[in-house]
Design a protein around this ligand. Structure first.
Ligand SMILES: [Zn+2]
Length: 276
């Protein structure tokens, strides 16, 4: 499932191509997504100039003068951009097309958990939208750090892995990146969040930034369907040191990486480096 790095990679590429350009048309070929695409959306978007395409959590935000298009990749969604002169026929599961500056951006989503919604109101008013209002802090926000995580977890008896996956303390640290961050910070994924001290949280916050930054640099992770706007797969899993490496030696100490199931999600850790 696309996580923060995959959405950030998509947002940056779409922004680079379309910021400042006028939407010529938007065509909804299949409105069936997590929520139906509102029938009135194309008329609101058509002819408007894109101010900026950005991201909040795992939501892509297309800022227009009259409002914001909120888009989510869901489980299997991706945006693909085709330039004039090399636009192939539409593919199965291409739900939406945005025509802009001679190019076309297509949203493909086989499993249909993605979304395309309209928020009336420009600029940051969208941050108060019900889908966005309760999201945790962005990891790249300057206020985020070990101290933030420590304060967010006082008295919490749930595991640190669950805290990260829940997205309330900090957004965007999904299963792969939580697994990797805990490995780099040498914290066992089952550790009660409220029992982790400030120093270990400093290590964890630094690891989260390092892991997410690296993932964005290499185009995110492709587990099943995610591709960049050019159709390329993300390469992060090639760099993973714990995720999906059960039985392989830990890069730090040589002990075999172990797999466990936690909250119905696979987790991976080094039993020697990551003590509870
Ligand atoms: Zn180890």
């Amino acid at each position: 499932m696309p996580e923060l790095p995959e959405v950030e990679v998509t947002a940056r590429a779409l922004a680079q191509r379309f910021d400042g350009h006028q939407v010529e048309d938007i065509r909804v070929h299949d409105h069936r997504l997590r929520w139906p695409v509102p029938p009135s959306l194309p008329a609101k978007v058509r002819g408007q100039k894109i101010g900026h395409i950005g991201r909040r959590g795992k939501y892509l935000l297309w800022h227009l003068p009259a409002g914001v298009v909120i888009s989510h990749l869901g489980m299997s969604g991706s945006w693909r951009v085709h330039e004039a002169g090399s636009i192939p026929p539409r593919q199965l599961h291409d739900h939406i097309e945005v025509l802009c500056d001679g190019a076309v951006a297509r949203f493909n989503d086989p499993r249909r958990f993605g979304a395309l919604l309209w928020h009336a109101g420009a600029g940051d008013t969208v941050l108060g939208h019900p889908l966005l209002a309760d999201l945790g802090i962005e990891p790249f926000d300057t206020r985020f750090g070990g101290r933030w995580l420590w304060e967010a977890t006082r008295g919490r008896r749930v595991s640190i892995k669950q805290v990260l996956l829940a997205g309330k303390a900090v957004v965007g640290v999904g299963n792969i990146y939580a697994t990797e961050s805990l490995y780099h910070a040498r914290i066992h994924p089952d550790t009660e969040a409220g029992r982790i001290g400030p120093l270990r949280y400093d290590r964890l916050a630094a690891a989260i930034l390092q892991v997410l930054g690296r993932a964005i640099d290499v185009g995110g992770s492709t587990l099943r369907d995610f591709t960049s706007v050019e159709g390329a797969s993300g390469r992060y899993t090639e760099f993973a040191q714990a995720y999906n490496r059960a039985g392989l030696p830990c890069a730090r100490c040589g002990t075999a990486i172990r797999r466990a199931v936690q909250g119905q999600r696979a987790t991976y850790f080094c039993p020697r480096c990551q003590r509870r």
